[in-house]
Write a protein that binds this ligand. Structure first.
Ligand code: MG
Length: 323
């Protein structure tokens, strides 16, 4: 009997360990989803007629994003509509904003991660690992310690380009030294990535054969513990990822955005008429979800803000202090 209790105790502990990051109490998935996406809110098409758009990032009151085959970075604002932000873009894909408000961009044909300095100049942060050029950096995220984490699948390697890396890895880049370190090497096609609000967890999608998202515990020193499958996407493949301020994960798929509770429960889907590739929170309060979906840019007003929108705000710091 004693050993049975011991087993139960151990099993309960294991369950709690597996349930991280902090799941929040909720009556049921549909009710929680309705608190995120109000039943009467509508998806808005902001612009169309582009080729294949990706990499949305909210920057200085507007949305910067990539049209990969058009070799162009574009910027959308509510007042001015669409404008060219940078062309050629090195066939830019993923974008993010660092703590100093600078745009960081993954370039396919540039085979690099670049940063746009405050004065507008463009600088290469990294284009090689171990002396070999990257495949085609895809997506990127910045941790609050300033390190830059990015994926390097081979989607953007042109037929006439030589592959130099032995695999499709996930890297951590120290922007002070330019040093890159492989943090995950067992992906088929690593793609979108996103930290939980408390940065204890890193989600990474694999849009290759597994078509799933894995979650990894972020260790001190910037390494990852062994990952586990967080969710599997049956409609197309998972690509871009974002967390909201409560740690829910938003995953792009062929039929729209799938929204998951941190414990992996699917709460609901935001239907989008085109295959979605990436998303980000923005707008004045950080509650506008922008979605790059094949040829068109969409937005929807949510009732929750994204992690990135709050990252530099005391609101998030206070919330995290209570965890
Ligand atoms: Mg991507």
């Amino acid at each position: 009997m004693k050993s049975a209790y011991r087993f139960l105790f151990a099993a309960t502990l294991a369950l709690f360990a597996a349930a991280a990051p902090a799941a929040e109490p909720s009556t049921d998935a549909a009710a929680e989803f309705a608190r995120i996406v109000a039943p009467d809110v509508r998806l808005v098409k902001l612009a169309g007629g582009m080729r294949f758009i990706e990499g949305p990032a909210w920057l200085d009151g507007g949305l910067v994003f990539s049209d990969i085959p058009a070799n162009e970075l574009r910027r959308w604002t509510a007042t001015g509509g669409l404008a060219t932000y940078r062309r050629p873009s090195g066939n830019a894909n993923g974008n993010t904003v660092d703590r100093a408000g600078r745009l960081i961009t993954c370039e396919h044909s540039g085979r690099r991660v670049a940063i746009r300095e405050a004065d507008g100049t463009l600088r290469t942060l990294a284009n090689r690992h171990d002396g070999r050029r990257f495949n085609s950096p895809n997506d990127v995220v910045v941790k609050s310690d300033g390190t830059i984490w990015f994926t390097d699948p081979s989607y953007g390697l042109a037929a006439n380009e030589v592959r130099e890396q032995p695999g499709n890895h996930v890297y951590r880049l120290d922007p002070e030294t330019g040093t890159t370190t492989i943090v995950a090497r067992d992906f088929d096609m690593p793609n979108g990535l996103c930290f939980s609000p408390d940065e204890r967890w890193l989600y990474i999608s694999d849009s290759g054969r597994p078509r799933h998202v894995r979650v990894f515990a972020v260790q001190a020193g910037g390494t990852l513990a062994a990952g586990r499958e967080f969710c599997r996407i049956e409609a197309g493949v998972p690509d871009g990822l974002r967390c909201d301020a409560m740690g829910r994960l938003y995953v792009t798929a062929a039929d729209g955005i799938h929204v998951f509770r941190p414990d992996g429960t699917l709460l609901g889907k935001i239907a989008v008429p085109e295959t979605t590739a990436n998303l980000c929170f923005g707008g004045r309060e950080g509650k506008t979800l922008f979605i790059t979906a094949s040829t068109s840019l969409y937005s929807i007003e949510l009732q929750v803000a994204g992690t990135s929108a709050l990252k530099n705000h005391s609101v998030l710091q206070r919330r995290l202090a209570k965890l």
